[in-house]
Ligand binder design. Structure first.
Ligand SMILES: C[S@@+](CC[C@H](N)C(=O)[O-])C[C@H]1O[C@@H](n2cnc3c(N)ncnc32)[C@H](O)[C@@H]1O
Length: 328
C-alpha cells in the first residue's frame, strides 16, 4: 500500500495474510519453487501438505503481492518471495521454531494489556525463558535468530568515553552466542573477553570465536546473569538485555554488573535505552517478557537503585544509542 494511503480497518485487522506468510515460510514453499518445483500438486507433495488448501494459501498471498501465479496452479517467486529464501527470515517466521513462539505470543496481548504482565505462559504453559529451557530445539532456533545467521554480524564500532585504549577486559553479559564479543576482540587485539549467558547458549559460541580468530582471548561462562558475575573487568556490556526485563529484574542485572566491576570500570548499555523524545513502541520482547524500552530519564532513575550513574548517553554515527554507567 502506498505510504500516503489511509489503511482500511479490514487491512489493519487482517490476520489471514500474516498466518499465510508464516505457513508458506514453515513449509519452505519459496525454497521448493527456487529448486524448480512450481506446480501446486508437486509443491504440496514436496512440502507434505494438502494441495487444495496450499493452493488457497498461495492464491491469497499472490493477491497480496507475495509469489506469482504464472498459469493456473503454477507458482513463481517474485522479488518479495525471494526474501523467504533468506535464512534469517526463515528463522523468524518458521512456526515450528522460535517464529511460532513469537507468532502465538501475540495471542496473549489482551491479557498483557489488561494486567501489564506478560501472559506467555497462557499459551505455552511456562514463562518464555523456562519454555526455551524445556524445548532445546526452540532454544537453538532462538540462539540462531539472535546470532549472526538471524541478525548478521554485529558492528563493534561504538565509541566509549576516553576511547578503547585503556580497556583491557570486557564481559559481555547476556551476550548470546558471542557474535558481538568476537567482533570486538577481532577489532582490538589487546583485549580479552568473557561471554556470560545460559550454558546452552555459550556452548554454541566456540565456532564463532574460532572463526573470528579470538578463541585464545576469550572465556565463555554458562551462568545466570542474576548470579555474581566475573569480577574486575574494565567494561561490562549489556546489549539488548535490559529491554527484556521489568524494572526489578533490570535493576538486579545492573547491580550484578556494579558489584563486579572495579571503581573505575564501566557498564555499557546498547539497544535498550532511547532518547527522551523517541516515540513509544510495542515490540515482541514486551509481549514475551514484560520488557521495557526506557528513555534516558527513566534509565537514569533505574540505575541509581543499582548504585550506578549514567556518565554518557547519546546516538552515535553508527546509529547505535550508547549509554555508559559508572559506579556512583
Ligand atoms: C535478546 S538476547 C541478546 C543477546 C545479545 N546480547 C545480542 O545483542 O545479540 C538476550 C540474551 O539474554 C540471555 N539471557 C536471558 N536470561 C538470562 C539469564 N538469566 N542469565 C544469562 N543470560 C540470560 C539470553 O539467552 C539471550 O542470549
Amino acid at each position: 500500500m502506498p505510504k500516503h494511503q489511509v489503511p482500511s480497518l479490514s487491512d489493519l485487522s487482517d490476520l489471514c495474510t500474516p498466518w499465510c506468510v508464516h505457513v508458506a515460510a514453515t513449509l519452505r514453499i519459496a525454497d521448493h519453487i527456487a529448486a524448480g518445483i512450481t506446480d501446486i500438486d508437486d509443491l504440496a507433495a514436496a512440502a507434505g501438505c494438502d494441495a487444495g488448501v496450499l493452493h488457497n494459501v498461495l492464491a491469497h498471498l499472490v493477491g497480496k503481492g507475495l509469489f506469482e501465479e504464472t498459469a493456473p496452479g503454477r507458482f513463481a517467486l517474485n522479488e518479495v518471495a525471494q526474501e523467504l529464501l533468506d535464512p534469517a527470515q526463515r528463522l523468524g517466521l518458521d512456526l515450528e521454531g522460535i517464529g511460532g513462539r513469537f507468532a502465538h505470543a501475540w495471542g496473549t496481548l489482551l491479557t498483557y494489556v489488561r494486567t501489564g504482565k506478560p501472559a506467555y505462559r497462557e499459551i505455552f504453559g511456562l514463562p518464555f525463558w523456562e519454555d526455551l529451557d524445556a524445548h532445546p530445539e526452540i532454544a537453538a532456533s532462538f540462539d540462531a535468530l539472535i546470532g549472526p545467521v538471524g541478525h548478521s554480524a554485529p558492528t563493534p564500532e561504538f565509541q566509549i568515553t576516553g576511547g578503547w585504549t585503556p580497556v583491557r577486559t570486557v564481559v559481555d553479559v547476556g551476550g548470546g552466542t558471542g557474535a558481538l564479543l568476537a567482533e570486538i576482540l577481532r577489532a582490538r587485539p589487546e583485549l580479552r573477553g568473557t561471554l556470560v549467558d545460559f550454558p546452552r547458549t555459550v556452548a554454541r559460541s566456540g565456532e564463532i570465536f574460532q572463526a573470528a580468530g579470538v578463541a585464545d582471548r576469550v572465556t565463555a561462562i554458562g551462568q545466570s546473569f542474576f548470579d555474581p558475575l566475573p569480577a574486575g573487568a574494565d567494561l561490562y556490556l549489556l546489549k539488548k538485555v535490559l529491554n527484556n526485563w521489568p524494572d526489578r529484574e533490570a535493576t538486579a542485572i545492573l547491580s550484578r554488573c556494579a558489584e563486579a566491576t572495579h571503581p573505575t570500570g564501566r557498564i555499557i548499555v546498547l539497544g535498550s535505552v532511547s532518547p527522551d523524545d523517541a516515540p513509544r513502541q510495542l515490540v515482541m520482547e514486551m509481549v514475551l517478557l514484560g520488557g521495557k524500552q526506557r528513555t534516558v530519564s527513566e534509565f537514569r532513575k533505574l540505575v541509581r537503585a543499582a548504585r550506578l550513574e549514567v556518565s554518557a548517553a547519546g546516538q552515535q554515527r553508527s546509529g547505535a544509542f550508547v549509554v555508559e554507567c559508572r559506579p556512583a
